[in-house]
Ligand binder design. Structure first.
Ligand SMILES: [Zn+2]
Ligand SMILES: [Zn+2]
Length: 220
């Protein structure tokens, strides 16, 4: 990708986050009785067969935020977001499908193996509603094997953790992107930039996430 395309993509990421503020009508998602949408981080598994990845993410998020983490099979019909001609799925429509089924204070991450894009981007790995209830993360292009590179499960998992942290950061109130490359909230326009970006929040972004998580705990 050219630098110009990368810059455009980074700007678009920020624009999408702001667009998410417009909001959609929310209804309660039909989950099992053990799920508390006001408290839990819910991973909606959209057909990912890699149980080890799901277990890794569940344990990582629980340790990172000290909130219950539930992995649920995705019950949503996402067909509206399909773009068969390009063999991809549209991120804003995936996000809208999740938002339409969750209450405002939940933290619901649709984790999908689908190849995703939005607007004029060739691809994009994630989207979130800023200060909101939902995010979408595609694991598809985070897999080195997608790029015909050697299998590297550790690298794939590391990228997945990083993007989930990034998108959750937006749900915790992060509207723009951090300028610190060492911070997971830094914008990325390529796989190389994702790898260059840090694994966790910087001090400032962590404070924002901490405040949001404390607010969730305070309502329990
Ligand atoms: Zn972002
Ligand atoms: Zn930061």
């Amino acid at each position: 990708m050219s630098p110009m395309i990368q810059r455009t993509r980074i700007k678009l990421y920020a624009a999408l986050c702001v667009a998410g503020l417009l909001g959609l009508a929310a209804r309660e998602m039909e989950f099992g009785p053990t799920v508390n949408l006001q408290r839990d981080i819910v991973i909606l598994n959209d057909g990912i067969a890699d149980e080890a990845m799901l277990a890794m993410l569940k344990e990582f998020l629980h340790r990172r935020f000290s909130l219950p983490v539930r992995v649920e099979k995705n019950p949503l019909d996402l067909s509206v977001a399909a773009r068969p001609k390009r063999h991809q799925w549209e991120l804003r429509e995936l996000l809208a499908a999740v938002l339409a089924r969750v209450r405002g204070q939940g933290r619901c991450v649709l984790l999908t193996p689908k190849d995703t894009f939005t607007l004029d981007m060739n691809w994009s790995t994630g989207i979130a509603r800023c200060d909101g209830a939902a995010a979408v993360v595609s694991i598809c292009r985070l897999d080195p094997a997608f790029w015909s590179e050697a299998q590297d499960r550790a690298l794939h998992y590391k990228r997945v953790r990083k993007i989930v942290l990034h998108e959750l950061g937006h749900t915790f109130g992060q509207r723009g992107h951090c300028e610190d490359w060492a911070c997971a909230i830094h914008g990325s326009g390529s796989i190389g930039e994702i790898d260059k970006t840090g694994d966790d929040y910087c001090k400032r972004c962590n404070a924002l996430a901490h405040t949001a998580v404390a607010g969730i705990r305070g309502k329990l």
